[in-house]
Design a protein around this ligand. Structure first.
Ligand SMILES: NC(=O)c1ccc[n+]([C@@H]2O[C@H](COP(=O)([O-])OP(=O)(O)OC[C@H]3O[C@@H](n4cnc5c(N)ncnc54)[C@H](OP(=O)(O)O)[C@@H]3O)[C@@H](O)[C@H]2O)c1
Length: 260
């Protein structure tokens, strides 16, 4: 059994990961750590004898792999500590800044690291289909992305929407950053040929929905993914952790894991 540490077990995702990890036949939940001062610190993960701590170093030292659905700042500090211990990282936190990315690059020199904005197998397929569709239909079709999430999500557009935009840009041979047109407002003028528009809706308890639009003069194609349960991300992250623990140091993606 591979010893696993879960970060942020008080969170929506961390709680799911910790619960599902207890049923794993490959992973053994050995530690969990949350933010110092969090109400969960000192309590037990239900159904286990793992007590949630706030000592990241102590928690990671017991594990071969950790799963991180927290905040960009926390992702950066966890990666820096894990690099000293050679602990593999499965990171689902989105909105990562340059500091977090560089800490993960450093970690990848000594341990395997898999970062994904979305751990559902369906979204991995969606990204492939979007790239294929953009390539097949060509410049006569305008590319747009719409994402919907619950009212508590703090970053926009979602990491998955950005990945979807990048997949469309790749299919069309566009520079994604140059093509990106976030939430049009005001006198924006007519749409340019090489734009990729991106829109975020927030409300209620929507888990996560993403649609790529390819809009032509006479027809439009919509390729959509709708997460029905948050557990789809948690089980994907656990699958990634089992797989990643046996890999060589370096950066990996969901495509490497799923073999599309
Ligand atoms: N890749 C995917 O498939 C996927 C799917 C869903 C969500 N996400 C992303 O995952 C992240 C978390 O989402 P969520 O909905 O679970 O958010 P959330 O409910 O706010 O959970 C974040 C958790 O991180 C904890 N945390 C903050 N600082 C920490 C630290 N220094 N050490 C350890 N834990 C710390 C928070 O604790 P406190 O509450 O005590 O501050 C909280 O429990 C977001 O970036 C979200 O976009 C990714």
């Amino acid at each position: 059994m591979i010893p696993l540490c879960v970060l942020g077990p008080s969170g929506r995702m961390g709680a799911q990961v910790a619960t599902l990890a207890l049923a794993s036949s490959e992973l053994r939940l050995c530690s969990a750590a949350d933010r110092a001062g969090s109400a969960i610190v000192g309590s037990r993960i239900a159904g286990s004898d793992v007590v949630v701590g706030d000592d990241l170093q102590g928690a990671l030292s017991q594990a071969k792999v950790y799963i991180d659905f927290t905040t960009p700042a926390s992702t950066a500090s966890a990666a820096r500590i894990a690099a000293k211990q050679g602990c593999a990282a499965v990171v689902g936190t989105t909105g990562l800044d340059a500091e977090a990315e560089s800490a993960l690059d450093e970690l990848a020199r000594v341990a395997p690291v898999l970062v994904a904005a979305n751990f559902s197998p369906g979204v991995a397929l969606l990204l492939h289909l979007a790239e294929l569709a953009a390539r097949a239909l060509g410049p006569a079709y305008d590319l747009e992305v719409l994402e919907l999430h619950h009212r508590n999500k703090v970053d926009a557009p979602s990491g998955t929407a950005l990945a979807l935009g990048k997949a469309l840009a790749k299919g069309r041979d566009l520079d994604f950053q140059a093509a990106l047109q976030s939430a049009r407002t005001g006198q924006v003028g007519p749409r340019k040929d090489n734009e990729i528009g991106m829109f975020a809706i927030r409300g209620g308890d929507i888990i996560g929905e993403h649609t790529a639009f390819l809009i032509g003069a006479e027809e439009r194609i919509e390729i959509s993914h709708k997460a029905q349960r948050r557990s789809v991300f948690a089980s994907g992250a656990l699958r990634a952790a089992s797989w990643l623990a046996e890999r060589a140091p370096g950066r990996y993606t969901m495509t490497d894991l799923l073999g599309f």
